[in-house]
Structures are given as structure tokens and as C-alpha cells.
Design a protein around this ligand. Structure first.
Ligand SMILES: C[S@@+](CC[C@H](N)C(=O)[O-])C[C@H]1O[C@@H](n2cnc3c(N)ncnc32)[C@H](O)[C@@H]1O
Length: 458
């Protein structure tokens, strides 16, 4: 384990509630960054391997708590009477006294988690060392020191899209439509969140000028921090923001070194002991072994980030898997384009809630797509009524729609072939480039699905 990881563990060890099993360690994993591996023994079901106290997680409560140390008006995230005596602040020299005084509780509480945390991390990680000439360290420095650098996040399409310095916009047109749509959705969130925090940041820069940063360079740091949060946050109930699904997360040091597997309910699992709060926060964050027993030395300790396709993983986390059981192809556009000529059919599908969201995965075409292709092929509205109502089975339609399904599959295959050729023809792209590898991986996954379905429908 490198020095920064040792410092992180020493920092966490200041709490007697911190647990890091001696059976595991943080290791470098080729192509995956850092990960957790088994050193000796076995990790069995329900065994606790990591447990991180409330106060060492970054979330709505801990951020409000830490800001309230410098600005008493803010108060903490909940009603409990938190002590802040563990911190001694010299208001004469700590630039955060001035910086945090510009915030009101009302302003901070109406931010979502991404806005609040990215603003807070920008101040604590980026501006504080600059303002104080490296003399004052954030409580979170050991955590900041192990966060990914720009190179670790280079394969995230929204960064290609939103950054003014990353020169990879040419890759966007190589992305499949689903990935591009996903990228557009995140880009929108990134821009809304920046809009919310850029004015206070500008105000901060005007009252406490920075030697190293202006608003444009802070924007690039913000993008970096946004995707650190996005790729490392873990689900948690944040009651103070319970109306806001985008705020139900916590950042948890060490746990965020665990890499992803597409196997669900197999490896480790997280659980928050909401009753075990310490000074502030949501409760102890615990990782336990799942049904699978880890027993091979150097074996990687994994868990599942969720049933995510490669399109999703690329956009949210900046990586893809060689094979991913959750991959699917969105064929909505090609199908809707074909059906849209027939107004009666569109109306029928819309009124029955079967318009759009048509997909294919390794099992074949989705039920929604099956209904739409069956109607498109047979125009037999009364039988489709019965199919939707569950009065007849799919068997009647299967032989009838076979050719149309094959046509859709073939047209998709042609598109993917063409995109793969386009990628290979693009010069001077380095074809070993991690971003290119990931994009090709998505198309490879798509092609496997199509070929699989072709065999099934033959
Ligand atoms: C929660 S962090 C896990 C720790 C991370 N590897 C690190 O070095 O800090 C999530 C990031 O790890 C990487 N990652 C996780 N699972 C992976 C996998 N199965 N293959 C490749 N990269 C993976 C991706 O870069 C992702 O954004």
C-alpha cells in the first residue's frame, strides 16, 4: 500500500470505531486503478471487513457540521447538539472563517448534494491550500490525497463534452446513441449544478483572491470533483433532503476503493447502521462478506454497483466490462421511425403505454418491443388487445414477426460494423487508448447481443 493509503488508514484509526480487516489490503489492479484484495485467510458471509464511522464520511450532515465550525449561524444537519470542541480554529489566520461567513443556512440547505459537496470540496481541497500557502490543512486532506486524478477519469464522456481543456470531443460522435443521450443528460445536470455554485465561488474569489485559480480553472476542478463524487458515492438515507433523490448519498473513504462486478448479490454488501452516529453524520458504514467466500490470496474483493450496462458504466464511472450481463441495445429510435408513419398505430401504442423504450438484451427482444413489432407486422389490433391483457400467449406472433425482428437486428449490426470501421479508420487515434477501448467494448457487447438473438430467432 502506498504512503497516501497508509496516511488515510492512520487518519481513520483516530476513531476507535474504524474497522479494516487485517485479511485485506488496498492494491493496484491493472486497468482498474486501486482495489481491495485478500491478503490471507477467508472472507465469509456477513463477516465485517470494513467499517467507517459517521464523522469520516462526506455527506450533507458532515459538510454542514464542518461549515458550522466556522460559521455558527449554519447549525448542523440535524437537531442533535454536536460538539465542535475537537477543532481549534484561529480565526485570525484560517481563511475559512471569512469564506464560510458568506453562506446562510438557507442557501446551503436548498442545494442538492452534488452542489453542496462539490462547492465544499472545491473550498477545502483546492482553495484552502492556495489561500493559506499550504499552511492550513483540511480535516479531509488524507481522504483528498487518495482521490482519483484527471487521468483516472479520462474516459467519462461528459468530461469530453463539458471541459474546455480536455481535447477529446472528437470521440463523442463515435459513441452509440444511448451513450450520447446519457452524456447529454449528465451534462445538463453538471451545468445546472455549476450554475448554482458559480456565483458564490465568484464572490469568494472577490473577497479572498486566489493566486492559482480563476473561475474558469475552478470550473475544470469542479468537473473533476463532480465525477469523483459521481463515481464514488454510495446510497444512503439523508433525511434532511428526503424529497431529493439526487442527495441520498454519502462518500466513504476506503469503501470507495472497492471495484465493481456485474454479479449481483454474490460478493460483499454495504449496510449503514443508522443508529450508530458519532459526532455527526448518518451512521456507521459497514461492508460485509456476501454469499461468495473469498479465499484465494490476492483475490479482488468486489461488490456490485448495480445492474448497469456498459453504456451506463462508461458514462457514470468511466469504465466498461469485457463482458457485461446487463448490456442491452436501445432500438426505440429505429422502431419508432418505422411505426411513426402510421398515426393510428402510434396512437394505439401511446394509449396503451407501449410507445418507445424498446430494447434487446441477451435474452432477446423486450416484451414492449415484442408487442410493438407484432402490431407493426400483423396490424391485428384485436389480437394485440388480447396479448396485452394476457388472454393469449406470444406464440401466435412469434413466426409472423421473425423476419421483421431479423431485419431490425441486421440493420443494427450494420450500424455497429460501420461504427467499428469508423473508429479503426480514424487517424491518428491510438487504438490502445482507454477511451477507444471502452467505446469498442460497448459495440462488441451490442454485437454479441445481436448475434445471440439472430441465432435464437433463426
Ligand atoms: C468506487 S471507485 C473504485 C476504486 C478505484 N478503482 C480507485 O482507484 O480509486 C470506482 C472507479 O473504479 C474503477 N473501476 C471500478 N470497477 C471497475 C472494473 N470492474 N473495471 C475497471 N475499472 C473499475 C472505475 O474507474 C470507477 O470509476
Amino acid at each position: 500500500m502506498d504512503d497516501s493509503v497508509h496516511r488515510l488508514i492512520e487518519w481513520l484509526q483516530k476513531s476507535d470505531r474504524f474497522v479494516f480487516s487485517d485479511k485485506i489490503q488496498v492494491s493496484n489492479i491493472a486497468g482498474e486503478g486501486r482495489g481491495i484484495t485478500l491478503v490471507h485467510g477467508e472472507v465469509r458471509r456477513n463477516e465485517i471487513i470494513i467499517s467507517i464511522p459517521s464523522d469520516y464520511q462526506i455527506n450533507f450532515y458532515t459538510v454542514l457540521h464542518h461549515i458550522s465550525i466556522f460559521n455558527k449561524e449554519i447549525g448542523t444537519g440535524d437537531d442533535s447538539d454536536h460538539t465542535i470542541s475537537e477543532h481549534t480554529i484561529d480565526s485570525q489566520i484560517d481563511p475559512r472563517c471569512k469564506a464560510y461567513s458568506i453562506f446562510t443556512r438557507e442557501f446551503l440547505v436548498q442545494l442538492n448534494l452534488f452542489q453542496l459537496i462539490s462547492l465544499y470540496i472545491l473550498i477545502e481541497w483546492i482553495l484552502l491550500p492556495d489561500w493559506s500557502n499550504g499552511q492550513i490543512e483540511s480535516f479531509w486532506k488524507p481522504f483528498f490525497d487518495v482521490l482519483p486524478n484527471a487521468d483516472d477519469l479520462k474516459s467519462i464522456p461528459t468530461l469530453w463534452n463539458c471541459s474546455k481543456v480536455i481535447q477529446r470531443k472528437n470521440l463523442i460522435e463515435l459513441l452509440p446513441a444511448s451513450s450520447r443521450n446519457h452524456m447529454d443528460r449528465i451534462s445538463e445536470l453538471v451545468s445546472t449544478d455549476w450554475h448554482m455554485i458559480s456565483s458564490p465561488l465568484q464572490e469568494l474569489l472577490s473577497i479572498s483572491p486566489s493566486n492559482g485559480y480563476d473561475i474558469n480553472s475552478l470550473y475544470e476542478k469542479y468537473l473533476h470533483i463532480y465525477f469523483i463524487i459521481n463515481s464514488r458515492c454510495l446510497h444512503a438515507n439523508i433525511d434532511i433532503k428526503k424529497e431529493d433523490p439526487l442527495s441520498q448519498f454519502t462518500l466513504v473513504p476506503l469503501v470507495d476503493f472497492i471495484n465493481h462486478s456485474d454479479q449481483m448479490d454474490t460478493y460483499c454488501y454495504p449496510k449503514i447502521n443508522y443508529m450508530e452516529k458519532t459526532n455527526c453524520g448518518i451512521g456507521q458504514f459497514v461492508i460485509r462478506g456476501g454469499p461468495y467466500t473469498f479465499k484465494s490470496k490476492h483475490e479482488q474483493i468486489l461488490f456490485s454497483y448495480g445492474p448497469h450496462s456498459n453504456d451506463f458504466l462508461l458514462n457514470e464511472y468511466g469504465f466498461t466490462l469485457e463482458t457485461n450481463q446487463w448490456d442491452f441495445i436501445d432500438i426505440s429510435e429505429v422502431m419508432c421511425d418505422a411505426i411513426v408513419q402510421d398515426a393510428k398505430m402510434v396512437e394505439y401504442l401511446k394509449s396503451n403505454d407501449y410507445w418507445g423504450d424498446y430494447t434487446i438484451n441477451k435474452e432477446g427482444i423486450s416484451y414492449r418491443a415484442f408487442v410493438a413489432v407484432s402490431l407493426y407486422t400483423t396490424k391485428d389490433y384485436s389480437r394485440i388487445d388480447k396479448l396485452i391483457a394476457g388472454f393469449i400467449s406470444e406464440d401466435f406472433f412469434v413466426p409472423k414477426i421473425k423476419q421483421n425482428v431479423r431485419n431490425i437486428l441486421q440493420s443494427q449490426l450494420d450500424v455497429f460494423d460501420e461504427m467499428m470501421k469508423k473508429i479503426d479508420d480514424l487517424e491518428p487515434l491510438d487504438l490502445n487508448d482507454f477511451c477507444i477501448y471502452n467505446i469498442k467494448n460497448i459495440y462488441r457487447g451490442y454485437m454479441n447481443i445481436v448475434n445471440n438473438c439472430m441465432n435464437v430467432t433463426c
